[in-house]
Design a protein around this ligand. Structure first.
Ligand code: HEM
Length: 445
């Protein structure tokens, strides 16, 4: 039925070309489609049976996200299930998804954030102390180290020892090796013809990660102080579904992998982009530093909102329609795969005057709007870690900017590349630190 319905127009090139343009030059591809085809358009990705309709009108996005019965388009499962596992919150749908989401929400509540602050500050402090002075290094890689450590300590509850070292090493290999668009496109193409899929070459490393995670879960189960522990794994182990049951080991493993994959690279990339933008906008950087010195975090919050607007890390957060949706005057039938094109939404001149300019001030008076600022997606599937990520970004930016004199090492602005599921700075945002203050002593209360 679906094939008889007129979807929004699509580029003339074959799916392979569309996929390659999407993989290697995503922003240029979306921009060209918007120019040539209009606000809503369809694209065909290699390996997917149906086209994906991209929308950017906030009203259409509202209509899409407000309907909780829509499902997920197949992309998430095809790409992510082999690594995350079938119980992952990112993959589950309907009642199964909602019951897990309810169970997993408490550790992400705003009021819990203060309890994570000390560990985050310590992690970024140790990282800053290791940075060389007067020589160039890519700050993206350093942010990956910080966000990985944050997840291992605060989510997994692994604090030190050989298991942490091994986990760190093996995860870094898997995440780096699967990162490039070339590998991902090849994996998807091979999978389409019965091949093993994008993560198959890392089977051995993934099994090793699993063994380490199961060992951690087993050790947690033996702990007499589980109820007092602050890490998310301890909380998830004790949390109960509505019928009184708890997550089994396999599911705990799937959710840990999910939180790691969804929360590590994304936050690191958002931080790298924020440094890149700040270092190229000295007035904004100066104002931010002054406000931090005065103990005011409003401009910091606005800077993070503006950075996530101009450099959204995840490009798409789509749904498969469970019922008709009218977008841009076109009735899209149930079964259509539809996604907001996050960057196109964030660069609409009718919503954001001077859309390509970096202006944190635009978020100082009013915070971001729910359906035209969507770096974390929306509604029942909105990023569960959004508050955690923004809090972590505030801690990291505050510590780095108050302790370090930081300069850009490349005169040219960063271009957008891809790493895993993110749109990331292609050159890793090289920086130079010219001076560094010692870490402050914790304030006794
Ligand atoms: C700047 C950092 C981050 C960005 C830009 C980001 C973005 C997103 C987006 C776009 C989605 C899809 C939402 C949708 O389909 O409507 C998502 C889902 C998710 N994110 Fe994040 N994320 C970030 C950080 C984190 C962190 C730190 C965690 C956890 C530690 C996390 C865990 C998740 C999970 C579990 C989901 C699935 C939610 C569900 O399906 O119910 N994310 N994220």
């Amino acid at each position: 039925m679906l094939s008889l319905v007129a979807l929004p127009p699509e580029p003339k090139s074959p799916p392979l070309v569309q996929t390659l343009r999407w993989a290697f030059r995503p922003l240029q591809f979306m921009d060209a489609c918007r120019r040539e085809l209009g606000e809503s358009f369809s694209v065909r990705f290699l390996g997917f049976e149906r086209p994906m309709v991209l929308i950017s009108d906030p009203e259409a996005i509202k209509a899409l996200y407000r309907e909780p019965s829509h499902g997920l388009p197949p992309g998430r499962n095809i790409i992510l299930e082999p690594i995350l596992g079938s119980k992952s919150l990112l993959i589950q749908e309907g009642a199964e998804h909602l019951s897990r989401r309810r169970l997993m929400l408490p550790p992400f509540h705003g009021e819990r954030m203060r309890s994570y602050e000390e560990a985050m500050t310590e992690i970024v402090g140790t990282e800053i102390d290791s940075w060389p002075l007067h020589s160039e290094f890519p700050i993206h890689a350093r942010m990956q180290a910080v966000t990985l450590e944050v997840i291992l300590r605060l989510v997994f509850g692994v604090s030190s020892g050989p298991r942490l070292d091994r986990l760190r090493e093996t995860l870094a290999t898997v995440l780096t090796e699967t990162a490039t668009p070339g590998r991902q496109v090849l994996g998807l193409a091979l999978q389409r013809f019965g091949g093993p899929g994008p993560f198959a070459h890392f089977d051995k490393q993934l099994r090793e990660v699993d063994d380490l995670l199961f060992a951690e879960i087993a050790e947690h189960r033996e702990r007499p102080d589980l109820a007092e522990r602050e890490d998310m794994l301890s909380m998830l182990m004790l949390a109960e579904f509505e019928d009184g049951s708890r997550m089994e080991d396999q599911e705990l493993r799937d959710q840990l992998m999910t939180l790691l994959l969804a929360g590590h690279e994304t936050t690191a990339t958002a931080l790298a982009w924020t440094f890149d933008l700040l270092l190229r906008h000295p007035a904004a950087l100066g104002r931010l530093r002054d406000s931090l010195d005065a103990g005011d975090e409003d401009y910091l919050r606005a800077t993070i909102s503006e950075s996530l607007r101009l450099r959204p890390v995840i490009p798409l957060a789509g749904r498969r329609l469970s019922k008709e949706l009218v977008a841009d005057g076109i009735a899209l039938p149930a079964g259509t795969d539809v996604t907001p094109a996050i960057w196109l939404t964030h660069t609409r001149p009718d919503v954001y005057p001077e859309p390509y300019a970096f202006k944190p001030e635009r978020f100082l008076e009013d915070g971001p709007d729910t359906y035209s600022w969507i770096p974390f997606g929306g509604s029942v599937r909105r990023c569960i870690g959004a508050t955690f990520a923004e809090f972590e970004m505030r801690v990291v930016l505050r510590e780095v900017l108050t302790r370090c004199e930081l300069h850009k090492a490349n005169p040219l602005p960063e271009t957008t590349g891809r790493r895993n599921i993110t749109l990331s700075p292609k050159h890793g945002t090289p920086v130079v630190v010219t001076s560094r203050e010692p870490a402050r002593e914790p304030v006794a209360v």
